[in-house]
Every structure is written in structure tokens, then in C-alpha cells.
Ligand binder design. Structure first.
Ligand code: ATP
Ligand code: MG
Length: 241
């Protein structure tokens, strides 16, 4: 399969059409952004690491029977995915307090949250991705009640899988962001990416961040940290085969 026209150039990925109208060609770029794009730099190797971590986790979720858009890997920074009509919401799942949640409620950093907290944000660069509740999303026509319920259930299943998967390699999955879409036949699937760009990961032993907070907070080079996450996931995947 070959790539055709560029459909979208985002902050982290470039999406291309292919000769199959149901398949997208996704290239993970060597670009890091924070503060909604206000901070932007090129980081060699980041795209390939995020592609590898995403491929590994999407493959595992598919194998576990969780529906994702992932089809196959093409090369270091490229994968094929099923084209979706995207739901314009970011679903954030929090297992431990951090970031905006910690600031909003003035609670202890990494306080455990039971049950896991689900939040939606409306995907809009112009509005800075504002928080949106269920009725706001329904009233504004972004999703139906049924879709929100299905997203909630699928998010919980993804969270259960990933929380356990990272715990096995000594990492706390603090929080993460998911995006969902619908295939042409209406099936709801997990889309976008699964990488440390969209997760907070904390090493259980050292307490160190193993995610984009390293970049957001200028705490040193990012690629060795992402490479460590990948190699820990790979080592564990190999050990359990
Ligand atoms: N399977 C899919 N089908 C169609 N679009 C997808 C699919 N998976 C992800 N996308 C969309 O493709 C884009 C990926 O690019 P990227 O993540 O770089 O965007 P971004 O800069 O984060 O901007 P934004 O996510 O706000 O559009 C996102 O808009 C994402 O919602
Ligand atoms: Mg994105």
C-alpha cells in the first residue's frame, strides 16, 4: 500500500489517504508540543518511539478483544489504521491525581482516585480544548447519550488493561487521554495514539516521570525516557510469550 494525499497535519502526526478509502497512513513526527502548541521543538527519534509504543499497545488491545483502529506497522514511524469519523472529544481517565485535577481540587499529588475519574474535553484548538460534561456534549450534538455510555465502558476496559500492563513493569498509569471514532459500519473503536505523549507514567521505584511531563517541565531529554518505556514493555511482552 502507498500513501496518497495528505489529509491532515497535526502537532504529532501526519495523516495520509491511501488507495483504500477505509485505510489511513499515519506518520508519527519528530515534533514535541506543549501548552496547546505554544511550545514546539523537533526531537529526533520521538516519532519512531511513539509509533513503536502505540503499535505494541494497540496490537495487545486488539488481541485482548478491545476494538481499535490499528491495522499494521509499515516502518519505523508509520502505521496503517482504519479510517474513522472521529468523535470530537478527548476522554481523559485518571487513576491518580495530577495536573489540572490536582490544581482544581487542591489535593495531594498522586492521591489514588477510586473509582477512576472520567472527564471529557471538547477538541477545539481555538477554545483551548475546554472541559465539557455529558449534557453539554449531547446538547451541542457531539455525541449521543448511547455513544457517551459506550465510550465510558470502552475507556474502562482500556484502563483496566493498561493499568495492569504498566503495573507489571513497575509503572503507575497516573492518567491518559483517549480518542474514539466510528468505522463506516458504525463500530466504535479506540483511535489516535497510545504513547507517553498522552499518558502520565510514574516509575514506582524512583517516582520519576516517564512521559511528556519531562518535556513540559524541562526535566531533561525525552527520548531516553520514552525508550525506557518501550524497552520495559517489550521485555515484559517477550517474557510472557
Ligand atoms: N483512525 C482515525 N481516523 C481519522 N482520524 C483520526 C484517526 N485517528 C486519529 N485521527 C485524528 O488525526 C489527527 C492526528 O493528528 P495529531 O494527533 O497530530 O493532531 P493534533 O495536533 O493533536 O490535533 P488535534 O488532535 O487537536 O486534531 C487528530 O485530529 C486525530 O483526532
Ligand atoms: Mg493529537
Amino acid at each position: 500500500m502507498e500513501k496518497a494525499a495528505v489529509l491532515y497535519t497535526g502537532k504529532a502526526k501526519q495523516m495520509f489517504a491511501t488507495d483504500d478509502p477505509d485505510v489511513l497512513w499515519v506518520e508519527y513526527m519528530d515534533q514535541a508540543t506543549a501548552l496547546n502548541g505554544k511550545k514546539k521543538v523537533q526531537i529526533a527519534g520521538k516519532g519512531a518511539l511513539n509509533r513503536q509504543i502505540s503499535s505494541l499497545l494497540f496490537e495487545e488491545l486488539n488481541a485482548a478483544g478491545l476494538p481499535t483502529h490499528y491495522l499494521q506497522t509499515i516502518d519505523d514511524h508509520t502505521m496503517l489504521v482504519k479510517k474513522c469519523a472521529m468523535i470530537p472529544l478527548e476522554a481523559v481517565i485518571r487513576n491518580f491525581a495530577s495536573g489540572s485535577f490536582e490544581r482544581k481540587f487542591q489535593v495531594a499529588h498522586l492521591r489514588p482516585l477510586v473509582p477512576a475519574v472520567h472527564e471529557f474535553f471538547y477538541k477545539s484548538d481555538a477554545l483551548d480544548d475546554p472541559f465539557i460534561n455529558d449534557e453539554q456534549a449531547i446538547a451541542l450534538g457531539f455525541a449521543t447519550r448511547e455513544t457517551l455510555t459506550a465510550i465510558h465502558a470502552l475507556s474502562d476496559r482500556v484502563n483496566t488493561y493498561l493499568l495492569e500492563r504498566f503495573a507489571q513493569i513497575g509503572i503507575d498509569l497516573v492518567d491518559f487521554k483517549l480518542e474514539f471514532g466510528r468505522l463506516a459500519d458504525g463500530t466504535l473503536v479506540l483511535a489516535d495514539e497510545l504513547s507517553p505523549d498522552n499518558m502520565r507514567l510514574v516509575d514506582q521505584e524512583s517516582g520519576n516521570s516517564l512521559d511528556k511531563d519531562v518535556f513540559r517541565q524541562d526535566r531533561g531529554p525525552l527520548t531516553p525516557v520514552y525508550a525506557q518505556v518501550l524497552s520495559r514493555l517489550q521485555a515484559d511482552a517477550a517474557a510472557s510469550r
